[in-house]
Design a binder for this molecule. Structure first.
Ligand SMILES: [Zn+2]
Length: 204
C-alpha cells in the first residue's frame, strides 16, 4: 500500500505522525505535477489535507489529536511528492470574542499551483514563519513577494487564477515552496536575519 493509499482511507484522519520533518529528502525534491483530469485519489488527498488544517485549528480536535495549528499543508510534507497544497486562513473573532460571520478568509485546495506574476516589492511576516515539518523556531524575516498571482487547478479540475497579498500571499508562497523543495529558512538572510531591504513590507 502506498503512503497515499494509507492516507486516503475513509477511516484515516491525517495527523502529526503522517508529516515528515526537516532532513527527509522528500522535502528537498521538486514534486511532480498531478495528472489531469484529476484522479479520485488526488481529489481525496486534497480534501484530507484541508480537513487536517480544520482539525488543527479546532481547539477540541487539535487537543484530542495532538495537532499543531497550521494554515497550510503541502503534499510533499506527507512524503507524497506531488504538486498539491491546501491553505486555510481563519478570520479572527470580533472584539467581544464572537466567531466571525465567515470562518475563513482563504480556503482552497490547489493542484499544480504556480506563481505567474509577482510584485517587485518584497514582504515578510513580523513574527517570522513556522512549519509543521520544522520542530524548532527559526527566527528571522522570511523574504517573499508582497503580492502574487497564482494559477492552479481546483478540485473540479477547473483552471483558476487568484491574486493574493499580505498574509495570504505569504501562506501560499510558503506552500508552493514545499512543492519545489524549498524550506522557509532558506529565505532568511543568514548573516543578518532581521535585515530590512528598502521598500520591504513587514506584515504584523
Ligand atoms: Zn511548511
Amino acid at each position: 500500500m502506498s503512503v497515499q493509499d494509507k492516507l486516503i482511507r475513509p477511516s484515516h484522519n491525517i495527523n502529526m505522525d503522517d508529516i515528515i520533518r526537516e532532513g527527509h529528502p522528500t522535502l528537498r525534491a521538486r514534486a511532480k505535477d498531478v495528472s489531469l483530469p484529476l484522479k479520485d485519489e488526488d481529489v481525496i488527498l486534497g480534501e484530507k489535507m484541508l480537513q487536517f488544517l480544520k482539525h488543527s485549528q479546532d481547539p477540541v480536535m487539535a487537543e484530542k489529536m495532538g495537532l499543531r495549528g497550521g494554515v497550510g499543508l503541502a503534499a510533499p510534507q506527507l512524503d507524497i511528492s506531488k504538486r498539491i497544497i491546501a491553505v486555510l486562513v481563519p478570520n479572527p473573532e470580533d472584539e467581544e470574542g464572537n466567531p466571525p460571520e465567515e470562518s475563513y478568509s482563504l480556503q482552497e485546495i490547489m493542484y499544480n499551483p504556480r506563481i505567474i506574476a509577482h510584485s517587485v516589492q518584497e514582504a515578510a511576516l513580523a513574527d517570522g514563519e513556522g512549519c509543521l515539518s520544522v520542530d524548532r523556531e527559526v527566527p528571522g524575516y522570511v523574504v517573499r513577494h508582497a503580492r502574487v498571482t497564482v494559477e492552479y487547478f481546483d478540485k473540479q479540475g477547473s483552471k483558476k487564477r487568484m491574486k493574493l497579498k499580505g498574509y495570504h500571499a505569504i501562506v501560499v508562497q510558503h506552500e508552493i515552496d514545499h512543492t519545489n523543495g524549498i524550506m522557509f529558512f532558506d529565505r532568511i538572510n543568514e548573516a543578518e536575519p532581521f535585515a530590512v531591504k528598502e521598500g520591504m513590507l513587514i506584515i504584523e
